[in-house]
Design a protein around this ligand. Structure first.
Ligand code: NAD
Length: 247
């Protein structure tokens, strides 16, 4: 592990265009559980609430659960050392962009500027009819939220099952992956498509892949060059210290 860590630090310091690709795992130490697995959100809640058709037919039930998970609970979360390390590496000019599958806004809150939110963001709500957007904190979520313009039910501005990827985030993510000579994957199983194709696309274009995760994933034995087994905060803190010693 120490040897792999040194190799990873050298790769990062010598790279010209490092891009981070993050999944639910980077936010676990901020107190946000992943969806799947024994302690995942879907062991407690019905995933159908995030199905577009189910949501349209059952907006009251869907919103009650959505509020509990994504606003009462996610709303309290703060960025952890791994989010902050990525923001610092962007300030140093090393990380050029963060592509995230997360919808929790924590990369922005940590100070990252170039963030491509592949699945959208929970901090905004959108009207499904007129597309007017609202800050979730400006809306009373105790009642089912309605658009003040056309009175349609508002939806969180992240993608539900069956929805397409936001166009700009899709374009920017694949552009960044094409330019990347190094991708750092943090906390993603690689099971969610099409997001999981981004690191593979970068690899095909010659990028090296560093992966940080306590468990092996679909990436580990297929595209990963250096697997750093452990928690995101622990490994990113070590990487940051190693890089600072070299700069
Ligand atoms: P996933 O839920 O499929 O997998 C999470 C991964 O994180 C696992 O491989 C797990 O081993 C790893 N992990 C757990 N603890 C970790 C830690 N401390 N440090 C590093 N890694 C850790 O995640 P995914 O691949 O991102 O796919 C899940 C989907 O769910 C995504 O589409 C995402 O949008 C969504 N999601 C987002 C959030 C969020 O915004 N924080 C939370 C749950 C789910």
């Amino acid at each position: 592990m120490e040897n792999d860590l040194k190799k990873a630090i050298d790769l990062i310091v010598n790279s010209k265009y490092t891009v981070a690709f993050t999944g639910a795992g980077i936010s676990v130490e901020s107190g946000i559980p992943p969806f799947r697995g024994e302690t995942g959100l879907w062991s407690k809640y019905n995933p159908e609430i995030l199905d577009l058709t189910y949501f349209s037919i059952n907006p009251v039930e869907s919103w009650r659960v959505i509020k509990e998970i994504f606003y009462d609970f996610f709303g309290e979360a703060k960025p952890n050392d791994a989010h902050i390390a990525l923001a610092e590496l962007e300030k140093n000019g090393i990380v050029k962009a963060v592509i995230t599958q997360n919808i929790d806004n924590l990369h922005y809150e940590a100070g990252s500027k170039e963030v491509y939110e592949f699945h959208g963001n929970s901090r905004m709500l959108v009207c499904q009819y007129c597309s007017k957007k609202y800050k979730a904190t400006d809306v009373n979520l105790a009642d089912i939220p309605l658009c003040d313009h056309c009175h349609a039910v508002l939806k969180p501005d992240f993608i539900f099952f069956g929805e397409g990827i936001p166009e700009l985030a899709y374009k920017k993510s694949f552009e960044a992956a094409k330019n990347a000579d190094l991708i750092i994957i943090i906390g993603s199983t690689g099971e969610v498509v099409p997001a999981s194709s981004i690191p593979s696309f970068a690899k095909q274009n010659g990028a090296k892949i560093i992966e940080i995760n306590p468990e092996k994933t679909l990436f580990t034995n297929s595209i990963t060059d250096i697997f750093l087994q452990g928690k995101a905060t622990e490994i990113m803190n070590k990487i940051l210290i190693g890089i600072k010693q070299k700069l």
